[in-house]
Write a protein that binds this ligand. Sequence first.
Ligand code: PLP
Length: 397
Amino acid sequence: MKLSRFAQLLKPSETLAVSTKAKTLRAQGQDIIDFGLGEPDFNTPDNIIRAAEHAMAEGFTKYTPPPGLPELRRAVAEKFKRENNLDYTPDEIIISCGAKHVLYNLSRLLVEAGDEVIIPGPCWVTYPAQVEMAGGTPVIIPTTAEDDFKMTGEALRRYLTPKTKGIILNSPCNPTGTVYTPDELEDLARVLMDTELFVITDEIYEHLVYDGVKQISIATLDPELKARCIVVNGFSKTYAMTGWRLGYCAGPAELIEMYGRLQSQSTSNATSFAQVAGIEALNGPQDSVQMMVQEYERRRNFVVQRLNAMTGVSCNMPKGAFYVFPKIDTLFGRAAQGGQLQTSMDVTAYLLEAAGVAVVPGEAFCDDRYIRISYATSMEALEAGLDRMEHAIQQLT
Ligand code: PLP
């Protein structure tokens, strides 16, 4: 069968690949500790589950309007006002099957062949992959642990070309956990104000912030900039709802109208009773979110302290999300059973084989000097996995 050119552009998700390998080894009876997946280990809060159960029992199992239930679009508009100080009307909001789906639809609506899209790196694998799927060219602006993985306005300006069509921001960031301060966002906004770029701002980790930090949206900084911003968010991380597949974005009504057309000819609506659960998530009690955030913060402190005590590993203290992104390139050149470690993929393979610990190579996030560890797993698993990692690193010669 001759597949389309589009099919040939498709790349597997490297984060999912590691997790799949870890699951296969586990199925073969090996004791694997998985630090690979970006998925809360908590169950979805009970009030949200009950709302979906109730909706199903009431026969709420039919199609909804393709852009989403009007009640949910309204609840999202209220959430933007309440939590982000952003004014959107419900027709500037659309509901999709997860934030990943939102981002995919946006790439189809905003990017075409020849366009460059700026992405500060290290970045989530999916951004460059989706830009490429739309025929565009991702332009990664590198940042380092020393700059706390933050892109400056000055760096952004240097990378602008006549082909630059847009930028994708992600704060708090997957994989680094970096959260931009208001001043740093102002610095970027000043440069963006001199352009006509679209600004996708993925704020899915907005509530997972620590040390008293508050995430703010770049869309709040200026009305003219807001008109070019698309604020992406979802339920997966804040409400531990990864499997429900529910996400949304807010942007200019004209774009959202086209987005509705795309969705009506592709997936139609997100799952009806998941949308009802989404209303409960936003409008119901938020104490389970607070509990989860406190627990993530406790784990983050533990993991960073343990990693920095390992020879050859150094790790920043991230302010958000549930990942740490330790630098491991000083391990390159050291010898393991299978040969010399030369890449983040080699380090990952070594940790899986020698320690039974699954992590994700930095290469998957456009920087080979690091690995990503997710601490969205129990404290017991973190303790055991980090012990094993430390031991395996000590065995390197
Ligand atoms: N954005 C970022 C930065 C993510 O890390 C993820 C999931 O890993 C998503 C979006 C997608 O979330 P969803 O489950 O809503 O598709």
